[in-house]
Ligand binder design. Sequence first.
Ligand SMILES: Nc1ncnc2c1ncn2[C@@H]1O[C@H](COP(=O)(O)OP(=O)(O)OP(=O)(O)O)[C@@H](O)[C@H]1O
Ligand SMILES: [Mg+2]
Length: 246
Amino acid sequence: MTPTRPTPDAVLRARGLVKVHGSGRAERRILDGADLDVAPGELVAIVGRSGSGKSTMLQLLGGLDRPDAGTVEVAGRWVAAPGGGPGERALSALRREAIGFVFQFFHLLPELDGAANVLLPATLPGADARRLTARGRALIEQLGLADVAALRPHQLSGGEQQRFALARALIADPPLILADEPIGNLDAAAGALVLDLLRAAAGEGRAVVMVTHQAEATARADRVLRLEDGELTAQRDGGVEVHATG
Ligand SMILES: Nc1ncnc2c1ncn2[C@@H]1O[C@H](COP(=O)(O)OP(=O)(O)OP(=O)(O)O)[C@@H](O)[C@H]1O
Ligand SMILES: [Mg+2]
């Protein structure tokens, strides 16, 4: 079957996502038909108890893992298509061009200093090195990291590592930004800085999805969704609290 063309009006569109871990009696459906649309300019927060599948969800949305069923489209391209998805090469190109990922546990390269981690995309073949380097330097400055830019990850605090990881995700100005607990390790001032940057990224017409436990983060989101029993439901839609019925 030829998949129908992905629709370009939402930056992110996920339909019927299913993810099963384990097998036999140990089988657990972590995601069980989750749907999500995020428009350009939107900052969406996903909340849910520990182990509910939030990181799993982001990994499927970002093409870092493949769903057992369901589809994901990013900027009009298939990340997970009906009956399969792009091959590894196409998927890694799509991740590089269209998706900025801030991991829960940073994933900075240990042998590179902070600045080199951020500027890594500028060194890839075909990259616009001048533009990316300028953007990376500006982000390092904005995030208050200039003084520690020459330190390697093991010499950085958790909050500093998190901000370098954010700068790396923003450097190529991707249409979709996925952030897993982006202020989880930060004090109030650094957290506010990160939320400002994510808001600004949405303001430039990007779609931003962040997983968070923190009220100061959900307060900055346009919508708050709760992941529970493998599905996403609205907890706050715009300024309005949504109360589950039935
Ligand atoms: N590779 C795997 N194999 C088996 N189970 C897994 C695997 N990856 C995740 N899980 C399970 O899936 C569930 C969801 O994990 P996930 O990391 O998505 O939770 P989370 O909502 O992000 O939690 P937290 O808030 O603690 O970060 C957990 O119970 C976890 O043990
Ligand atoms: Mg998680």
